[in-house]
Design a protein around this ligand. Structure first.
Ligand SMILES: [Zn+2]
Ligand SMILES: [Zn+2]
Length: 71
C-alpha cells in the first residue's frame, strides 16, 4: 500500500488517473465514461446524447475516453 498522508481526514485528496496530479483543495471530477477522477486539464465537457431523455447533455469526459473509439 502507498504511504497515504492522513493528517487531514476531512478532505480526501484525489489523483488524476491521467497525469497523477493530486489535489485536495478542489473538487474532484469523475469522467462520465470510465468514472475515474480526472483533473481539469485532462477533462473536457462533451455533448453526449442521453438516450433516455433524447436530449443532448454536457458530460465530463477524460482525454483517454475521448481518444478511445466508442464501444
Ligand atoms: Zn491530469
Ligand atoms: Zn474516462
Amino acid at each position: 500500500m502507498p504511504d497515504m498522508c492522513s493528517d487531514n481526514p476531512e478532505k480526501s485528496p484525489w489523483m488524476c488517473h491521467v497525469c497523477s496530479h493530486t489535489s485536495n483543495d478542489s473538487e474532484p471530477i469523475a469522467c462520465s465514461v470510465c468514472y475515474k477522477v480526472t483533473c481539469a486539464l485532462h477533462l473536457a465537457h462533451k455533448t453526449v446524447l442521453n438516450e433516455e431523455s433524447g436530449l443532448y447533455e454536457l458530460q465530463p469526459i477524460c482525454v483517454e475516453c475521448q481518444i478511445k473509439p466508442h464501444l
